[in-house]
Design a protein around this ligand. Structure first.
Ligand code: ACO
Ligand SMILES: O=CC(=O)O
Ligand code: MG
Length: 547
């Protein structure tokens, strides 16, 4: 028998050869890390781990092609799938017919209860953009999900004394879990001496503990799948679903997954992604923030034609963003799938009426555009935004659960439209540069502190938005871009700005300024923004900061 050795925790026995837990086994962790659950992770890792690595290599190969002047286009080898009018995805699963408002957020105990109670139809329980993948966050999140399904979850805030409990089952949002992307590893679980895929770890643990519980409630194990770059990555997920369902003797097709189209290569393979997952598909989502990040990343070294204006100047009506969301709705509805909108970053405030008013107005405008374009529902980041999103979609849907019947055959989008970055209106200003540095720094400090989402200057910031900020700075330096005011953006100038912005944050936070944490954040910022070699994801070097 292999030892389940927890550093700093007690030691147990998993009864599976070649499986080693290197993270602490804190209170109740053994309820999640059972031999059978870990056995499922190991099976998936052994069957699919090598293919995952090949697909990550394929990403690198595609990047090399783009960096040497290549482009993206719809794939000739899958033209038949696109031309075949006959196939459709599976009918919507119970709890996923009506998705007019979805709330997203981390899986800590209080937010789990708040999100489920929020009145949203769906809760995206996030192990990804809104989460720091600390071992404790990952395992406690799984425990919270399981306790929520068992209705044994409660929480009392030690500061306010406020108690939290779930509403009646029929009032709760449907849980949809977002595992980590294919690039991430879970270093605290080794299979045959190698860290396992973070995606397979998160997927399998939730599946193992939730599938039967969800089925007993008349729903199912549902997922959001992030940051995919090709239909072959979707095929890998589909194979993981089949292996997991077969292992637990649950019928194939029980799992449902909504894929985030949030990378520019995936925008060229939307139809193929739906096809690969067709028996498990619950549609596509327009993940706008990672999409912007991907556009910057993929064309980072291609000169001024691929340089976007500063982050806050880019809107969803920029021609290339419009092409992407329009194509997404058309593709989904052609195949009977839901099209789900994305996140407006404005966060309401219960303390500042003016901030609240602006957030509600901005979110209303965003959801109005999406609902008119044919989306079947959309995301909000905060419970106070649920009513506005619901109201807007009610206005378009009425009593219908969705508008999958709006085929949008009027939409025509070409490869050139998706790549039309140069037509984006907006400037790059010194304020925009400083804003990117400030946000990246504050976010990195928050992330290193264990929270993956935070409101900064009344905007929601998470891994995707922070990636945009730091990647823009890298791209502007690399391509020798000048601000509107006429100053060339150089490493030296950014280092000076970094010092300035850090000093401002220190002054603003006063006693709350965490010197060691910000020192780490500065080092990380330099690594992911100022180093000559571009880092594919900021979360990869950041994860190294944790034992
Ligand atoms: C690019 C993308 O992937 S977008 C999706 C990923 N990002 C996210 O999911 C972000 C989700 N949102 C959040 O995490 C939060 O709203 C934040 C961090 C931005 C702001 O949170 P806070 O600073 O706590 O906001 P605020 O103080 O206004 O919260 C008020 C209440 O709403 C709760 N709340 C806020 N957001 C959420 C949420 N998303 N889910 C559940 N509860 C929430 C808070 O817990 C708090 O509860 P309480 O009154 O019982 O104490
Ligand atoms: O995950 C969503 C995004 O916008 O990124
Ligand atoms: Mg994302």
């Amino acid at each position: 028998m292999a030892a389940l050795e927890g550093r700093g925790g007690r030691t147990g026995s998993v009864g599976r050869v070649g499986i080693e837990v290197t993270g602490p086994i804190n209170e109740r962790y053994d309820e999640i890390l059972t031999p059978e659950a870990l056995g499922l992770v190991a099976t998936l890792q052994r069957e699919l781990g090598a293919r995952r690595k090949e697909l990550l290599q394929a990403r690198a190969d595609r990047q090399a092609h783009l960096s040497s002047g290549g482009t993206l286009d719809f794939l000739p080898e899958t033209a038949e799938i696109r031309a075949d009018e006959s196939w459709r995805v599976a009918a919507p699963a119970p709890g996923l017919e009506d998705r007019r408002v979805e709330i997203t957020g981390p899986t800590d105990r209080k937010m789990t209860i708040n999100a489920l109670n929020s009145g949203a139809k769906v809760w995206l329980a996030d192990f990804e953009d809104a989460n720091t993948p600390l071992w404790d966050n990952m395992i406690e999140g799984q425990l919270n999900l399981r306790d929520a399904l068992d209705r044994t979850i409660d929480f009392t805030d030690s500061k306010s004394g406020k108690s939290y409990a779930l509403k009646a089952d029929e009032e709760l949002a449907t849980i949809v879990v977002r595992p980590r992307g294919w690039h991430m590893e879970e270093k605290h679980l080794l299979v045959d001496g190698e860290p396992v895929s973070g995606s397979l770890f998160d997927f399998a643990l939730y599946f193992f503990h939730s599938a039967r519980r969800q089925l007993a409630k008349g729903k199912g194990p549902y997922y959001y799948l992030p940051k995919m770059e090709s239909h072959l990555e979707a095929r890998l997920w589909n194979d993981a679903f089949n292996i997991a369902q077969d292992t637990l003797e649950i019928p194939r097709g029980t799992i449902r997954a909504t894929v985030l189209i949030e990378t520019i290569p995936a925008a060229f393979e939307m139809e193929e992604i739906l096809y690969e997952l067709r028996d498990h598909s619950a549609g596509l989502n327009a993940g706008r923030w990672d999409y912007l990040f991907s556009v910057i990343k993929k064309f980072r070294d291609r000169g001024a034609d691929f340089v976007l204006p500063e982050r806050n100047a880019i809107t969803m009506t920029a021609p290339f963003m419009r092409a992407y969301t329009e194509l997404l709705v058309r593709t989904c509805h052609k195949r009977g799938a839901h099209a789900i909108g994305g996140m407006a970053a404005f966060i309401p405030s219960r303390k500042d009426e003016e901030v609240n008013k602006i957030a509600l107005e901005k979110v209303r405008a965003d959801k109005t555009r999406e609902s008119n374009d044919g989306f079947d529902g959309s995301w909000v980041a905060h419970p106070d935004l649920v009513p506005v999103c619901r109201e807007v979609f009610d206005g378009v849907l009425g009593d219908k659960p969705n508008q999958r019947d709006r085929l949008r055959e009027d939409v025509r989008v070409s490869a050139a439209d998706l790549l039309n970055v140069a037509a984006t209106p907006g400037d790059i200003t010194e304020a925009g540069l400083r804003g990117n540095v400030d946000v990246a720094l504050r976010y990195l400090a928050t992330w290193l502190n264990g929270s993956g989402a935070v409101a900064i200057h009344n905007l929601m910031e998470d891994a995707a938005t922070a990636e945009i900020s730091r990647s823009q700075v890298w791209q502007w330096i690399y391509n020798g871009i000048s601000t509107k005011e006429g100053q060339k953006i150089t490493k030296e100038w950014v280092e000076q700005i970094l010092d300035d912005e850090l000093a401002k944050i220190r002054e603003e936070l006063g006693d709350a300024f965490n010197e060691p944490r910000f020192n780490e954040a500065v080092a990380l910022f330099k690594d992911v923004t100022l180093a000559d070699e571009y880092k594919e994801f900021l979360t990869t070097p950041a994860y190294v900061h944790f034992p």
